[in-house]
Ligand binder design. Structure first.
Ligand code: NAD
Length: 347
């Protein structure tokens, strides 16, 4: 029997999922989609994004793409977790945040541990404390004041190591004097700038928030670049640290960097955009490999094993994985090789 590919069970181009749950709560204004791509390695672990989507379908697509990415990320990082992600559709009226996240926590709890949540774009450590009132399946909350908590600094450190390794591989030199363009000066982007500046890199930066740009200018001697120019600005390394889908048919031909490595999830709008970068001789390292520092920290915190030094050692493995990927890739596009590598580990 012929079936249209556009069914609720298979959005075109999106990977099949084990479970997708949608919850509403009129009292708090909560509308959330929790996507569980795979629990083959263990409970699905991934953050909770709060965003204003143009349509419910866009929210669903984002949840599906992000949760699939979490499967790849968790597997490649060797974590005993599957992939999942939640999106909360930002209410039109400004919500009472604590009740919104408490309501979300209740829904996470209803999944009985199949999904574990944490921070993502639009949610904070305080929000996770509210989630924790109604479920134990949450991470990203400092438990003893020093270990765990906000994953962003850990993400930034992993991305920094990946950039350093890529520069050594492609440019045969250390970061000192290399020009890095950072798109997005949020929790991860700003911390990344700090590491890059300390390593002697020259920075070009953009953010929609001009206060952040001014801070980077005064603190890291960064050169400001218009937001619509940052992807095309001449530089050695481009680090997308804002939103997904920025590497697309319109931006890829304009990329002037030799290397693209950043924190944003799902930077490629489509795999063809990664192929186009590769064909242009640009080294693109996939986000699910390089931005795993945050989930490594959140996972350790959740498991309650190890300590800060152990987390940093695990994040340090990102450098080795980048080196191994570059060796495995030969002439192939590294993001394709990484995807196959990760898919085999997802189970
Ligand atoms: P954030 O919300 O703190 O920062 C994002 C920044 O990007 C904001 O300052 C925003 O103003 C800016 N921005 C948005 N659109 C922009 C544009 N068009 N041009 C320039 N700047 C723009 O988010 P974050 O936590 O720093 O995360 C950044 C990216 O990294 C996201 O895609 C996120 O999914 C991904 N990521 C984050 C973590 C983490 O630990 N926080 C882990 C893995 C992946």
């Amino acid at each position: 029997m012929h079936r249209s590919p556009d069914t609720l069970f298979a959005l075109p181009g999106e990977p099949p999922h084990e479970q997708v749950s949608m919850f509403c709560d009129a009292g708090s204004g909560l509308r959330t989609i929790i996507a569980i791509h795979s629990t083959a390695r263990g409970p699905a672990f991934g953050g909770c994004r709060v965003w204003s989507y143009a349509s419910d379908a866009d929210a669903l697509r984002d949840a599906l793409r992000l949760s699939h990415g979490m499967s790849l990320k968790n597997a490649l990082a060797g974590l005993p977790f599957g992939g999942g992600k939640a999106v909360i559709l930002k209410p039109v009226e400004t919500p009472e945040r604590a009740s919104l996240f408490q309501a979300f926590g209740k829904r996470v709890d209803m999944l009985g541990g199949r999904y574990i949540t944490a921070e993502d774009v639009g949610s904070t450590t305080d929000d996770m404390r509210a989630v924790q009132r109604n479920t134990a399946f949450v991470s990203g909350i400092p438990r003893d004041g020093s270990f765990g908590g906000d994953p962003s600094p850990k993400t930034a450190w992993g991305v920094f190591l990946a950039i350093d390794e890529a520069v050594r591989h492609v440019m045969k030199r250390p970061l000192d004097g290399v020009t890095v363009a950072v798109q997005g000066l949020g929790s991860v982007g700003m911390a990344l700038c700090r590491h890059l500046h300390a390593a002697g890199a020259r920075l070009k930066v953009s953010d929609l928030d001009q206060d952040r740009v001014r801070y980077a200018q005064s603190t890291f001697a960064a050169m400001p670049v218009d937001s619509d120019q940052i992807l095309a600005t001449p530089c050695d390394v481009l680090a997308p640290c804002a939103l997904g889908g920025v590497l697309n048919a319109s931006s890829v031909p304009r990329v002037a960097a030799a290397i693209v490595v950043g924190a944003s999830n799902n930077q490629l709008l489509t795999p063809a955009d990664g192929d186009a970068l590769h064909a242009r001789g640009v080294l693109y390292l996939p986000d699910f490999l390089v931005n795993a520092g945050g989930i490594i920290s959140a996972a350790r915190e959740y498991l309650g094993t190890g300590d800060e030094a152990e987390v940093m050692r695990e994040i340090g493995m990102i450098r080795q994985r980048v080196a191994e990927l570059l060796e495995r890739s030969g002439g192939q596009a590294p993001f394709r090789v990484a995807q196959q590598w990760a898919e085999a580990l997802v189970g």
